[in-house]
Ligand binder design. Sequence first.
Ligand code: SF4
Ligand code: SF4
Length: 109
Amino acid sequence: MAYVITEPCIDIKDGSCTVACPVDCIYEGGRMFYIHPDECINCGLCLSVCPVDAVVWDEEITPASQAFVAINRVFFGDEVTGWGSPGGRDEKWVSDKDHPFVATYEKVA
Ligand code: SF4
Ligand code: SF4
């Protein structure tokens, strides 16, 4: 169980959720932020501050956004950043990389 960042964050990434998160488990990629699924404590504070409703609880995610459960997890693995579990976001843990789905995602205007 974890909260998940989904498509509306792509190219918005204003970072409001990172200020709200008490355990700093929201990490910056190139086009969006990603929640570390094992570091998230399911408090829901990030959901309440996101201006574009990009944050969802994985237990309530819609089929259309389901892929983002894996996308958030895979961001931290060898396929993208290779970070594993950093244990808290700081200036060392920022990347210009994205999950391949996000990197090639074309926003509908
Ligand atoms: S508050 Fe929403 S749009 Fe802003 S970085 Fe977080 S998930 Fe992305
Ligand atoms: S649910 Fe809480 S712990 Fe998880 S990412 Fe959001 S603010 Fe951080």
